[in-house]
Write a new protein. Structure first.
Length: 147
């Protein structure tokens, strides 16, 4: 996959060459959507990625680029909703594609067993909320690796 256009400046080509594992970066951006309870604009996606410590670290532009690649791959889709930003501009609300939503529902229904007598839904036990976005830190930690 080409990460810089032929018309881009040399610094863009250098940055594109420095991408070692775009697949891992895409998977982390996809994790943000799986951990969310609703769709997100690019601004919300970037905030959630940065505030919740997803790995690998990426620039805001890199996060938006990985989202675009996931749209091209059919894993993220335009929800049809638009939200007015503080700037007055409207932003697309992105969401998981249907096949990805089904996987996400399965992830959130997975139960954690505590001892032998209790079980608790993972989002209930480990959820944290950021501007209406619920994430599960346990899932984020589980997806991090030293690859």
């Amino acid at each position: 996959m080409q990460y810089a256009r032929t018309t881009d400046p040399s610094t863009s080509h250098e940055a594109a060459a420095s991408i070692k594992n775009a697949t891992r970066a895409q998977a982390s951006v996809l994790d943000v959507f799986h951990d969310a309870i609703s769709g997100m604009t690019d601004a919300t996606l970037v905030d959630a990625y940065e505030l919740n410590g997803y790995f690998p670290e990426q620039s805001q532009s890199g996060i938006r680029t990985r989202r675009k690649e996931l749209v091209d791959a059919g894993k993220i889709v335009d929800s049809g909703q638009r939200i007015k930003l503080n700037s007055g501009r409207r932003a697309i609300v992105w969401q998981l594609a249907r096949s990805e939503r089904m996987q996400s529902q399965h992830r959130h229904q997975t139960r954690l067993h505590i001892g032998s007598s209790r079980s608790v839904d993972s989002p209930t036990l480990f959820s944290s909320t950021f501007s209406g976005l619920t994430t599960t830190p346990a899932l984020r930690r589980a997806t991090r690796c030293d690859a």
